[in-house]
Write a protein that binds this ligand. Sequence first.
Ligand code: PLP
Length: 453
Amino acid sequence: MESKKFLLNEKDIPQVWYNVIADMKVKPRPLINPGTKQPLKAEDLYPLFAKACADQEMNYTDRFIEIPDEVRELYRIYRPTPLVRARALEKALDTPAHIYFKNESVSPVGSHKLNSAIAQAYYCKAEGVTNITTETGAGQWGAALSMAAKHFGLELAVYMVKISYEQKPYRRSIMQTYGAEVIASPSMSTKAGRKIITDHPNYSGSLGTAISEAVELAMSTPNCKYVLGSVLNHVALHQTVIGLEAEKQMELAGEYPDTVIACFGGGSNFSGLAFPFLRHNLSGERNTRFIAAEPSSCPKLTRGEFQYDFGDEAGYTPLIPMYTLGHNFSPANIHAGGLRYHGGGAIVSQLKHDGLIDAVDIPQLETFEAATLFARTEGIIPAPESSHAIAATIREALKAREAGEQRVILFNLSGHGLIDMTAYDRYFSNDLANYEVGDDEIRRNTAQLEKII
Ligand SMILES: *Cc1c(COP(=O)(O)O)cnc(C)c1O
């Protein structure tokens, strides 16, 4: 049986984003000022972020927020994205479960990241900003923002985690093609970068450090804002176009998922697919299970502590309430670079704390095994990040087989892996390993957190 695609028309591109906070009975705790320990107001974020984004960050009341026409216009390049029933994968697993995936890999940069990059670049432009800075792990966010920045005529500087800068030169070239300046992080161009290079000369970088550098540059450059690709509430908000479309497409398929799965770095693609479905759990109509799939080498949701922590290594950001491994946590150099982040976003962390979503952690080799099976059945080579969602889906589909249960599983294919073939190469040469984090290492890191919660 062929895998089957469910398509929508351009007019079905959502008109609004869904703000899950409006429906949460227990709201996420506020961001707080690390100095005064007082909750932040939207105005406190205006120096750093576009005003519209700062307002969205603190919006706890509007269930739906209108998508500007200019943003929908650019979404038309690749949205609506397909929803696919993965019949070939089902057959290979010999499972009675129906497996669906939302294919965000069809965007021009190959991942879901463009959904928020377009929105954030638009708001910066609309507010008269001329320069923006950001960080990127594996390079997907940097690539997405480079495209969006060029479209709206903004100058962009990207701090790229050094290990990815070296391992993924093509992502760097993509950013340069769109006209962005790319700097390997840690770099000598910022105080934060110079400090970490001095303390740890061979440090291969982390998202936390790159964020510190980008924030520092934004704060010290006139008419410049900082733009973040995950973790924050407004980024999760922009990504809900994924789930809003998927909801309609599942209707076309005549089914509703009992399980929704996405990989988890800072939470943007998970939130984007999950929240529109979670809405029906919060209202009591449905009882869908939500699973965030994170790497065993960076297990914040499954093994981290629920506590206030900085979003970056140097401690420039506000304190964010989240499951965290500590902002000094240095994850192993796994190939899913986009998942090497120490914390989860405030909304997802609160939902996890309240038992409204689940998380699993997956070792690296299992993700590549899953990725290979997926490529050989469905034809798409997944990003190493997305492969965590595929591995978690396969686990669930095999459980359904054991139990003889006819389940409906939906997962997010957050991106393709065509620029990650070095990682696949290493997998095929048996040159990849699993990395487990010891309890003592986690405790050593989280022990340094100030106990505010
Ligand atoms: C960045 C990225 C991720 C991880 O980030 P989230 O904010 O957790 O979604 C996952 N998949 C792909 C393809 C990415 O580019």
